[in-house]
Design a protein around this ligand. Structure first.
Ligand code: SF4
Length: 336
């Protein structure tokens, strides 16, 4: 099957100048693409730059370097009318549904607002019909339209946030930790809702989260991010069956296994130390200060982004063929 690219991100960087000569490298050269109709997950610890990457792609932050192509068009060169149309095509769902909804607006006002801004459904009756339809699409109903955000549970508020994101009939949605603030029992419901809407409306998602087990539920492919950089990228299945980067292996080892016998055998890789500061990242491999498999070369040379298996990319010296004589070191990393 030929996949059509919807989004191409090339060497994207977002640095923040903190003054006094300090530069915070929140996103430091990430490259990936997202195919039409798929869900691409970005996973990593808090502070790894995944949310900043999402916000830079949608244009909430100006990029420092690199480019973003949407449907083949460089979004940084769009003229104002094209930019307006682009903003219709790409929407965002935020982590905290309460903070992202205006507490003084009713649900119908919240969902209608983007339509009014974009001049859609100028007829009020038609607009309300659209609001009711969107409420139904996300599992709410028309009786909710005249209520205020505080009258809803966290899960319901996230549904309102999703309805608002759908109001302009977008092609692409960036979901930034959309379930992290919700109870575990509600998380699966929201993930199932997003999956259903994707199928019904042909949506493409960028799903950002710190919880690898939840990212797996929804993503076709996953990029693992550490300190502003991608360290591994492959299909969701491959990542779980054959994680190559020591950081991915550590993240996976933290996920409980539902089978009690297997769970008893689970060996957890505990990462030592805190995430280093993106203001002063380690030399060479940014993961080296916490990596259980670090070698001398890791301090002096930045590992290359290499395709180790088909569509499986890793940045780690353990897989340098010339360094290891062609050996597969993935199991070495896995057992350390
Ligand atoms: Fe660990 Fe070195 Fe690989 Fe970085 S390059 S992940 S420090 S082995």
């Amino acid at each position: 099957m030929i996949m059509e690219k919807l989004l191409q991100v090339n060497n994207l960087k977002k640095h923040f100048d903190l003054g006094h000569g300090e530069i915070l490298k929140a996103v430091d050269g990430v490259t990936f693409h997202i195919n039409k109709g798929e869900t691409f997950g970005i996973v990593g610890e808090s502070g790894c730059g995944k949310s900043t990457a999402g916000r830079t792609i949608i244009g909430l932050y100006d990029r420092t370097e690199g480019e973003v192509l949407f449907n083949g068009k460089n979004i940084h060169n769009l003229k104002s009318r094209e930019r307006f149309a682009f903003h219709r095509q790409i929407q965002m769902i935020f982590q905290d549904p309460y903070a992202s909804l205006n507490p003084r607006s009713t649900v119908s006002e919240i969902i209608s607002e983007p339509m009014e801004v974009h001049g859609l459904y100028p007829n009020k009756k038609e607009r309300m019909k659209r609001v009711y339809q969107l409420l139904e699409d996300v599992g709410l109903n028309k009786d909710h339209a005249n209520r205020y955000p505080h009258e809803f549970s966290g899960g319901q508020r996230q549904r309102i946030g999703i309805a608002r994101a759908l109001a302009l009939d977008p092609e692409f949605i960036i979901a930034d930790e959309p379930i992290s603030a919700l109870d575990v029992s509600i998380q699966a419901q929201v993930v199932n809702l997003l999956k259903r809407l994707q199928k019904e409306k042909g949506l493409t998602y960028l799903f950002i989260a710190h919880d690898l087990s939840m990212v797996k539920q929804i993503s076709d492919r996953i990029g693992v991010m550490y300190l502003g950089q991608l360290v591994e990228l492959t299909s969701s299945t491959e990542l779980y069956n054959k994680p190559m980067h020591p950081y991915t292996q550590a993240l996976l080892s933290a996920i409980p296994i539902p089978d009690p016998d297997v769970e008893d055998q689970r060996e957890r890789i505990i990462l030592q130390g805190e995430l280093p500061s993106p203001i002063n990242p380690p030399s060479g491999c940014v993961f080296r200060t916490r990596c259980p498999a670090a070698m001398e070369v890791c301090a002096s040379e930045k590992p290359k982004w290499q395709e180790i298996d088909k569509d499986h990319f890793v940045a780690c010296h353990l897989y340098d063929k010339n360094r290891t004589g062609g050996q597969d070191y993935s199991q070495v990393a896995a057992t350390r």
